[in-house]
Design a protein around this ligand. Structure first.
Ligand code: ISL
Ligand code: CA
Length: 542
């Protein structure tokens, strides 16, 4: 773990939806530059920038057509360089999104492969079908078929795409792919970026292309999750590239267990600095993430405690560009928006690990207010609709699933002001704004001394100056139906964090006695109020 970034407060920007500087309705790099002072005020140390590379946008930039070029609608390389230097002046570092499981089918490598160039064919995973059948029975992350015919149908060749068919998987058996990616990483590190968030990094190396064990979703996954081959690639990337820079990596690791996460991050193994795990994001679903069930706080507490105790260093997060908004999910649809947002922010800072926040979380943005699939742009949602239709699921039911789970819930434009288009753009936003921007926006929140941003800053500053919250061990001390409390302990001293995941008052457990240092409510109270958060200094240690 690079110690320079261990305690960074990281803020994720989804460039398309952050701030539009030129009125085309699409957020851009100059828009980000214009908000750097705002981010410095929040106390952000590192920005994780979702992809800004050249892309045909089948998956909003996660389909990269050129790893060394900026997407024209986001600006130019000169804009990017200016962003880096302006951020640097404010003490803010930038990490890039490194998407290396796949490229776009419009990447030059894939275009050459299709033109029959053997060298580039070997950059991708191209397999023969068998007797008119697909090469294997694997599933696809976007509710699609993962094999698409490649070239002349007579050849019966298919290419693998675990995501959209415009995202062909790279062939990590090929050392040339490795060298190309090293080169890409050096290109950005030489410019001065502080590292990478590595997209679905634990699935890049497939052990075999044999059929997988049949399952509800992602048949075949046992052949590619956290394989030895993947570990080796990560070790090499660390040794050949990362170690030469002051930088860090955070892996997006899907379907990992704490054991796998330990292997991916153990300092002595020299692979990744930290990983995003998903178990706590799965506490309101059945089987696959498109089937949401009622949120039960106990499931969230169980997942948090499990990861806090079984992995030495976590990434702490409740939101990103793939997940519905946390305040909608975990605090009754946002009925207690202000208290709920603050509670989740407080909790995120008090857990052991590096805290990550997603744009808009600091003002309590809620899920999008979409009324039909026509208003949704996310390719995943459209695929889910198709799949559900093919299973005979009726439209109102399909829509109900998609409305709750669509990734566009997190991608609605950032709400800056109560003015036209929430101050996001002077044009027409690429995705429908949440109409609640008239009251939920940065201006309004900043003007409120009791606002969410003020609370965010307070807890952020406290954490930065407090060794117990930074380095202390985690111990759960109470997990009731709605009340969750834990201690952070360091050298015989401790702090207690407590949350009430309920819109009703809850009895305060005895174990949380002490002096309240920070809370999202005014004044003392014997009971815990709806979505109350408290950081407590216990009187005496037991
Ligand atoms: O639920 C998930 C994991 O359990 C998924 O959302 C998962 O995070 C996702 O499918 C992988 O996401 C990443 O790679 C995708 C891209 O569409 C996402 O936006 C990105 O975060 C393909 O590059
Ligand atoms: Ca723009």
């Amino acid at each position: 773990m690079n110690p320079n970034y261990k305690h960074a407060t990281v803020y994720q920007i989804y460039p398309r939806s952050f701030c539009d500087s030129n009125g085309d309705g699409i957020g851009d790099i100059r828009g980000i530059i214009s908000k750097l002072d705002y981010l410095r005020e929040l106390g952000v140390d590192v920005i994780w920038l979702s992809p800004v590379y050249k892309s045909p946008n089948d998956d909003n930039g996660y389909d990269i057509a050129d790893y060394k070029a900026i997407q024209p609608e986001f600006g130019t390389m000169a804009d990017f360089d200016e962003l880096l230097s302006e951020a640097g002046k404010r003490g803010i570092k930038i990490i890039m999104d490194l998407v290396i499981n796949h490229t776009s089918d419009e990447h030059e490598w894939f275009i050459r492969a299709k033109a029959g160039d053997e060298k580039y064919k070997n950059y991708y995973i191209i397999k023969k079908g068998k007797d008119g059948k697909l090469p294997n029975n694997w599933g696809n992350f976007f509710a699609d078929c993962p094999w698409e015919p490649f070239g002349d149908p007579k050849n019966e060749e298919y290419y693998l795409h675990l995501f959209s068919k415009k995202q062909p998987d790279l062939n990590w058996y090929n050392p040339e792919v490795y060298s190309e990616i090293c080169d890409v990483m050096r290109f950005w590190l030489d410019k001065g970026v502080a590292g990478f968030r590595c997209d679905v990094i634990n699935i890049i190396y497939k052990n075999t292309f044999a059929d997988g064990k049949k399952q509800l979703a992602l048949t075949g996954k046992e052949h590619y999750i956290s394989t030895e081959g993947c570990h080796n690639i990560l070790k090499n990337l660390r040794r050949d590239v990362m170690d030469k820079y002051d930088a860090f990596t955070v892996g997006e690791t899907v379907m990992v267990t704490p054991d796998m996460a330990r292997d991916l991050t153990a300092p002595e193994r020299g692979e990744l600095d930290m990983v995003f795990a998903f178990e706590h994001m799965e506490c309101d679903q059945i089987g696959v993430k498109w089937f949401k069930t009622k949120f039960r706080p106990r499931r969230l507490m169980k997942a948090l405690t499990k990861w806090q105790t079984q992995l030495d260093w976590n990434t702490c997060y409740f939101e990103n560009h793939d997940q519905p908004r946390s305040v909608t999910r975990f605090t009754e649809g946002g009925k207690y928006r202000k208290a709920g947002s603050k509670m989740l922010i407080g909790l995120n800072f008090c857990l052991r690990g590096t805290p990550y926040f997603y744009q808009g979380q600091e003002i309590g943005m809620t899920n999008g207010a979409f009324e039909s699939l026509d208003e949704i742009m996310d390719i995943e949602s459209h695929n889910v609709d198709k799949m559900a239709r093919s299973l005979g699921i009726i439209q109102p039911f399909r829509w109900n699933l998609i409305k709750k789970t669509s990734r566009d819930n997190a991608r609605t434009p950032m709400q800056w002001t109560a003015g036209a288009n929430a101050g996001f753009t002077s044009g027409t936003p690429w995705l429908k704004l949440n109409p609640n921007y008239t009251s939920v926006n940065v201006d309004a929140d900043l003007a409120d001394p009791d606002g969410i941003i003020a609370f965010f800053k307070k807890v952020n500053a406290f954490k930065k100056s407090n060794e117990i919250l930074k380095e202390g061990k985690f111990r759960e001390i109470y997990a009731g139906r709605t009340v969750y409390a834990f201690r952070r302990e360091l050298c015989g001293e401790s702090l207690i964090a407590v949350c009430n995941f309920s819109g009703k008052d809850a009895k305060a457990p005895k174990v949380i006695e002490g002096r309240t240092l920070i809370s999202n409510y005014e004044g003392e109270s014997a009971v815990l109020r709806p979505y109350e958060f408290r950081l407590i200094s216990p009187g005496k240690e037991e």
